[in-house]
Design a protein around this ligand. Structure first.
Ligand code: ATP
Ligand code: MG
Length: 137
C-alpha cells in the first residue's frame, strides 16, 4: 500500500465539487486518510510549486492556487500514486480520457481541478508539507 498527496484546487472547491471528486477517488479504491480545507498564501503556493518556478505559467499557477480555499488530502491504496493520476486524467482536460476527473470537471489546463503527487519521493515531501504526524494515522 502507498500514500499520495492530493489537492482539490480552487476551481473545483468554488463549484462545490469536493464530494463528486472524492467519490471518484473512493470508486477507484483510494481511501481518504486525511483531509482539510485551507487557504494558501501566495508564498505557500509558490513554495509548494517551486519546482515549476522557471516555467512561463508559474505566476499564474501560484495566483490561482492562492485565490480561494483548497482541500488538501492524503489518499491511500495499492499503487496510490499511479492510481490517483489515472483517475485525475491528463493535465490538459482536452487530452484527458473519458470518466477522469479532469475530463469531467476541469475548466482549462491551468484550472484543472486536482493535483496529485508524481512519485514516491515527492509524495513524501508533499504530505509532510501539509500534514503533521499527529494528523496521520
Ligand atoms: P499537478 O502537478 O497539479 O498534479 P500535473 O502533474 O498534471 O499537475 P504539471 O506539469 O506538474 O502537471 O503542472 C502543474 C500544474 O501547473 C498543472 O496541474 C496546471 O495547473 C499548471 N499548468 C501546467 N501547464 C500549464 C500551462 N501550459 N498553462 C497554465 N497552467 C499550466
Ligand atoms: Mg505535477
Amino acid at each position: 500500500t502507498e500514500r499520495t498527496l492530493s489537492i482539490i484546487k480552487p476551481d473545483a472547491t468554488r463549484r462545490n465539487l469536493t464530494g463528486k471528486i472524492n467519490a471518484k477517488f473512493e470508486e477507484a479504491g483510494l481511501r481518504i486518510v486525511a483531509q482539510k480545507r485551507i487557504h494558501l498564501s501566495p508564498a505557500q503556493a509558490g513554495q509548494f510549486y517551486i519546482v515549476h518556478k522557471d516555467r512561463p505559467f508559474y505566476g499564474e499557477l501560484v495566483e490561482f492556487m492562492a485565490s480561494e480555499p483548497v482541500v488538501v488530502q492524503v489518499l491511500e491504496g495499492d499503487n496510490a500514486i499511479a492510481t490517483n493520476r489515472e483517475v485525475m486524467g491528463a493535465t490538459n482536460p482536452a487530452d484527458a480520457a473519458a470518466g477522469t476527473i479532469r475530463k469531467e470537471f476541469a475548466l482549462s489546463v491551468g484550472e484543472n481541478s486536482v493535483h496529485g503527487s508524481d512519485a514516491p519521493e515527492t509524495a513524501r515531501e508533499e504530505i509532510a508539507f501539509f500534514f503533521s504526524g499527529l494528523e496521520l494515522v
